[in-house]
Write a protein that binds this ligand. Structure first.
Ligand code: ATP
Ligand code: MG
Length: 383
């Protein structure tokens, strides 16, 4: 008998011919997430088995696996030879009084001599003989699962720990996340990574209007995201001069609209240069003036050939905050350092901007010059 972790994957089943690519990536990602641990990895027809680890590290290993996208759930199990006698002997040791229970037998190996239902009933009887407990098929307090696999092994387990789900990181390519210091954009990065997308990040700062701590905060947010997203290249670009020029030359209510349009242009430029396939933002419909449908049309329209993903678009703030808590970015996001967007903030930003007016305001600016200078001076931080 040995202790193992039994891992299940989810949506990969849907992937038809590409399934091998997805599986290989998932196996790589599992191994990578456990690279500092000692373990054995086995891939056995629809389940992955982790064994050979130090039992004291089990919880740490589980926490790491819980961050691997593409894994659906895992169970702490014991592995036995798949024989009736060995399984029955193991089940006879179970002590579950005074609870209700049911036994579930799954037989992936159809050569196993007894079929699932009669075997489950027989194992149930063994438990009843040895314990003061009752069978409850519909709402049991304990479920005893016996999983008989193709590798001639059986796995007995009682629990099922939810993992992330989603698709293996790296199967959807790489994108550029617009990362502010707020709550929403780290969540947006996490949500896209959950669909298999790796991300680099782009942050605009307004030093010296904003301080070093505001930048440190963003570096820390990106660092926290790496637990899920893997390596992140963080581009830090100064927005100070651009903001000053917009402030000087444009009507205040269009300030944020023009800023966003320039941010989007710079983002697309970096995407093209670095071969990144999409821009990701943390926008949520109606959350603030710059996130109305019209605002997103006016800011999105400057992006020519790159899709813009806004995974938080339909989410309530509370739902976004719940995810931020779960992925451990919330506490950093709420640190009170100023974001570049709050510098020179107009009292009444336009809620329904138009492309024509935005273009008119921009005609007072050397947009191309701003973009080139900003990108020239970018700082790159590898995380
Ligand atoms: P967040 O919580 O992500 O900051 P928010 O509710 O504060 O979002 P906005 O400030 O309107 O919303 O920003 C909308 C989106 O624009 C952000 O989610 C982010 O993707 C991008 N963004 C805003 N400010 C910056 C910045 N300084 N650097 C990079 N991206 C930014
Ligand atoms: Mg913000």
């Amino acid at each position: 008998m040995k202790k193992v972790l039994l891992l299940r994957f989810g949506e990969l089943y849907l992937k038809g011919k590409n399934r091998n690519i997805f599986e290989r990536k998932l196996c790589d990602n599992i191994r990578k997430s456990l690279q500092d641990e000692q373990f054995k990895f086995e891939n056995t027809f629809g389940r992955y088995i982790i064994s050979g680890y130090d039992e004291e590290r089990e919880n740490v290993i589980i926490d790491k696996l819980k961050k691997v996208f593409g894994l659906h759930s895992l169970s702490q199990a014991v592995e036995l030879d798949a024989s009736e006698e060995v399984i029955t002997r193991e089940i006879a040791k179970i002590n579950i009084e005074p609870k209700t229970f049911r036994v579930n037998v799954k037989r992936a190996d159809k050569n196993f001599p007894v079929s699932s239902m009669p075997f489950a009933a027989r194992l149930g009887e063994v438990i009843l003989q040895n314990n003061k407990c009752q069978v409850d098929l519909y709402n049991p307090q304990v479920e005893i699962n016996v999983d008989i696999r193709m590798n001639k092994k059986a796995y007995i387990y009682y629990n099922r720990i939810d993992c992330q789900g989603g698709l293996p990181l790296g199967t959807a390519g790489r994108a550029l996340l617009l990362l502010s210091g707020g709550i929403d954009s780290p969540v947006a990065g996490y949500l896209m990574a959950k669909r298999g997308l790796e991300v680099d990040a782009l942050h605009f700062h307004s030093y010296p209007y904003t301080n070093e701590q505001a930048k440190d905060k963003v570096v820390e947010l990106a660092r926290r995201l790496t637990g899920y997203v893997g390596k992140i290249r963080l581009h830090v670009v100064s927005f100070t001069r651009i903001q000053e020029e917009i402030h000087k030359n444009c009507v205040p209510e269009y300030m944020i609209t023009i800023m966003r349009r320039i941010m989007m242009r710079i983002a697309e430029r970096i995407c093209v240069r670095d071969n990144l396939g999409a821009i990701v933002t943390g926008e949520s419909l109606g959350q603030v003036a710059s996130q109305t449908m019209q605002s997103m049309q006016v800011t999105g329209s400057v992006v020519e050939n790159t899709p813009v993903f806004r995974p938080c678009i339909a989410m309530d703030k509370q739902d976004i905050m719940d995810i931020a808590q779960k992925i451990d970015t919330y506490e950093t996001s709420i640190l009170p350092y100023e974001d570049c967007c709050t510098v020179f903030l107009p009292k009444y930003p336009v809620i329904k901007p138009t492309i024509e007016k935005a273009k008119r305001e921009e005609s007072h600016l050397d947009i191309e010059g701003f973009i080139e200078k900003a990108i020239e001076a970018e700082e790159v931080i590898e995380l």
